[in-house]
Design a protein around this ligand. Structure first.
Ligand code: C2E
Ligand code: CA
Ligand code: CA
Length: 529
C-alpha cells in the first residue's frame, strides 16, 4: 500500500516498462534469429565449398593415378591373353576401385583380368564410349559380368594404334552416401555425371543427366576428364529455421522477462527511496511554531520533502508510511537527522536560545535496534543548550509500540521532550496518555478546522483542550488557517499554534528570512493588512 497505492503514475510506469520490455524482446528475437541463421548459412556454405574442393581433388588424383597404371598396362595389348593375364590380374587386384581391366585390340575386347580370354565387340561392351578418343568415360547400369551394379568405364587408347587400348571398369560405391541420405532428407546429395547418365545418392539406379534436379545444385567439372560432379545441399533447411525460431523465441521471452523485472526493480518505490537518499533528493522545510498569547516564534517543526527527478514532489504522507512498511524508515530518519544537523548553524542564528525544534519520529523507529544510537548521535551533533528538541510521535504509534513507556523515559533522560502528534485521529488513547508522561499534545488540524463551524465534532476540541490541561500537557494547535481560529485558541489558552495563517513550511533560506522579518509576528498586520 502506501507509496505503491498512492503512486497512481506508477501504473503508467508499469505499462511503459511492459511496452519497453516487449520492444526489447522483439528486437532481441529479430537480431538473434537473423544472426544465427546467417551464421548457420555461412558455416554450412563454407563447409560445403571445402567438401567440394576435396572431392574434386580426390577425383583428379584418383583418375590421374589410374591413367598411370593403365599406361603401364598398355604394352600388354601387344600380347595374347594367355601371356598377359597374370600381369593384368595382378594389376587389377592392386588398383583401388577397379573391378576389371580389359585389353582391347582392333575393336575387340579379348582379355579380362576377371575372366581371362574373351571376344566381345567393344560396341557391345560399352556402346556409348567413343573408342577413337584418346580417353573417354562412360557410366552404365551394369556390366555383362556384374549387371546389377552401376559401373564407370575408363577407356585409354593406345597412342599409336586406333581401336586398341585398355579399358578399366570401376566400382561405383555410393553406399555410404545412400545410407546417410536415407536417414536424413536434409543430408547433402551428390551426383556423378558422365555423358548422358548420372549416378546419384537419391537412388540405386542411374538417372538420365537431363533429369537431374537443378534446385540447390552446384556443379563441378573435373579438369581433363569427361566427368562432372553435382552437389546438392541447402545451407538453410526448413528445420534449421524452425529450430532457430523456436530457440530464439524462448530466449527472447527470457530476455524480455528479465528486462521487465530489472525495470520494475529499478523503478520500485523501495529502490527509488534508497536512491533518493543517495542522490540527495530529500530536503527539509521548516514551519514556524508560535506562542499563542504573544504570537512570537516559539520554535519550528522540521518536515521532510522529496523532490523526485521524474515524479516531481512526492508528499510525505505517501512515502513516510511506505518507508515504515518496507523497513526503510530508520535509514530515512537518519538521513533526516543529517539534513537537520547541516541546517543547525543557520537555524541557531535565526532563532533565540530555548527555541523548540520539532522532529517527527516514526513509531516503528522506537523499536529499531539502532534507536538509541541514532538519537544519541543526533543530539551529539546538536547544540542542545540552544534548541529544545521535541520528538513528535503519533498517538497511534504509542498504542502499538509496547515498550513505548520505557523508550519515552529514556528519551526524557536524554534531555528532550515528546509531543503526541495528530491527537484525536488515532485510536482512543486516553488511557495511555495518563500512563505516559508526555510534554505536548498536538491537536490535529481536523479539530482546529471545526472552529466556528456548527458540526458534531466542534465540542470535541474543547474537551481535548481541557483534557490536556488536566494531564498537565502543553497544547499545540495544528493547521491554523484563519484569524478566527487564532482568537478562539487564544481564548482557550492553547499554548502554541502553527499553520498556514502564520506561514507555510519554508526552505531553510526562506525560513531564516521569515524569522528576521517576524521576530514578533504582527498578528494585526495579517488580520487587517
Ligand atoms: P504532521 O506531523 O502532522 O505535519 C503537519 C502537516 O500539516 C505538514 O504536512 C504541514 O505541511 C501541514 N500543515 C501545516 N500547516 C498547515 C495548515 O495550516 N493547513 C494545512 N492544510 N496543512 C498544514 P506534510 O509536510 O505534508 O506532512 C505530512 C505528514 O508527514 C506529517 O504530518 C508527518 O506525519 C509526516 N512527516 C513529515 N515530515 C516527516 C519527517 O521528517 N519524519 C516523519 N517521521 N514524518 C514526517
Ligand atoms: Ca508533526
Ligand atoms: Ca500533526
Amino acid at each position: 500500500m502506501g507509496l505503491k497505492g498512492a503512486f497512481a503514475r506508477h501504473a503508467a510506469n508499469t505499462r511503459r516498462s511492459l511496452t519497453k520490455s516487449i520492444m526489447v524482446a522483439v528486437s532481441f528475437f529479430i537480431i538473434f534469429t537473423s544472426v544465427t541463421l546467417f551464421l548457420i548459412d555461412h558455416q554450412r556454405s563454407q563447409y560445403q565449398r571445402l567438401l567440394e574442393a576435396r572431392t574434386q581433388k580426390f577425383a583428379v588424383n584418383y583418375l590421374d593415378h589410374l591413367q598411370e597404371v593403365m599406361q603401364q598396362i598398355m604394352p600388354l595389348t601387344n600380347q595374347p591373353c594367355d601371356k598377359a593375364l597374370a600381369d593384368l590380374s595382378y594389376r587389377a587386384a592392386f588398383a583401388t576401385g577397379v573391378r576389371t581391366f580389359v585389353l582391347v585390340k582392333d575393336n575387340f575386347a579379348y582379355c579380362s583380368s576377371a575372366t581371362g580370354n574373351m571376344m566381345l565387340g567393344t560396341s557391345q561392351l560399352y556402346p556409348d564410349i567413343d573408342w577413337h578418343k584418346p580417353l573417354d568415360m562412360d557410366l552404365q547400369q551394369g556390366t555383362p559380368m556384374v549387371p546389377e551394379r552401376p559401373a564407370v568405364a575408363v577407356w585409354l587408347r593406345h597412342p599409336g594404334a586406333n581401336n586398341t587400348g585398355v579399358l578399366a571398369t570401376l566400382d561405383l560405391t555410393l553406399a555410404p552416401f545412400l545410407l546417410l541420405n536415407s536417414r536424413d532428407s536434409n543430408a547433402p546429395g551428390f551426383a556423378i555425371v558422365i555423358g548422358d547418365h548420372a549416378a546419384t545418392t537419391f537412388g540405386p539406379n542411374l538417372t538420365p543427366a537431363a533429369q537431374l534436379p537443378e534446385k540447390y545444385a552446384s556443379h563441378l567439372q573435373i579438369p581433363n576428364y569427361p566427368l562432372s560432379l553435382s552437389f546438392y545441399y541447402q545451407s538453410l533447411t526448413a528445420n534449421d529455421v524452425r529450430l532457430t525460431v523456436l530457440g530464439s523465441l524462448v530466449l527472447s521471452l527470457m530476455v524480455g522477462a528479465l528486462y521487465y523485472y530489472m525495470q520494475i526493480l529499478r523503478q520500485s518505490p523501495e529502490r527509488a527511496l534508497i536512491r533518493g537518499i543517495k542522490r540527495n533528493e530529500f530536503f527539509i522545510e521548516y514551519q514556524p511554531v508560535f506562542h499563542t498569547a504573544s504570537t512570537t516564534i516559539a520554535g519550528l517543526e522540521a518536515l521532510i520533502r522529496w523532490q523526485h527527478p521524474s515524479e516531481g514532489r512526492i508528499p510525505p504522507d505517501l512515502f513516510i508510511p511506505y518507508a515504515e512498511s518496507e523497513g526503510l524508515i530508520v535509514a530515512l530518519t537518519r538521513h533526516l537527522f543529517r539534513l537537520i544537523v547541516a541546517d543547525i548553524p543557520q537555524l541557531a542564528q535565526a532563532l533565540p536560545r530555548g527555541a523548540k525544534l520539532g522532529i517527527n519520529l516514526a513509531p516503528s523507529h522506537l523499536h529499531a535496534p539502532s534507536f538509541h544510537d541514532d538519537i544519541t548521535e543526533l543530539l551529539a551533533n546538536m547544540p542542545t543548550d540552544h534548541f529544545m528538541v521535541v520528538f513528535e510521535i503519533t498517538e497511534r504509534g504509542m498504542v502499538e509500540e509496547q515498550n513505548a513507556l520505557e523508550e519515552f523515559d529514556w528519551l526524557h533522560r536524554q534531555g528532550v521532550e515528546i509531543a503526541v502528534d495528530d491527537f484525536g485521529t488515532g485510536h482512543s488513547a486516553l488511557i495511555y496518555l495518563q500512563r505516559f508522561t508526555l510534554d505536548y499534545l498536538k491537536i490535529d488540524r481536523g479539530f482546529v478546522n471545526t472552529i466556528g463551524q456548527d458540526t458534531a465534532t466542534a465540542p470535541v476540541l474543547d474537551a481535548v483542550i481541557s483534557l490536556a490541561k488536566k494531564l498537565r500537557m502543553q497544547t499545540v494547535a495544528e493547521g491554523v488557517e484563519t484569524a478566527e481560529q487564532v482568537s478562539f485558541l487564544q481564548e482557550r489558552d492553547v499554548n502554541f499554534m502553527q499553520g498556514y495563517y502564520f506561514s507555510k513550511p519554508l526552505g531553510i533560506e526562506q525560513f531564516v528570512a521569515f524569522c528576521q522579518n517576524n521576530a514578533v509576528f504582527d498578528h494585526q498586520a495579517v488580520v487587517n493588512p
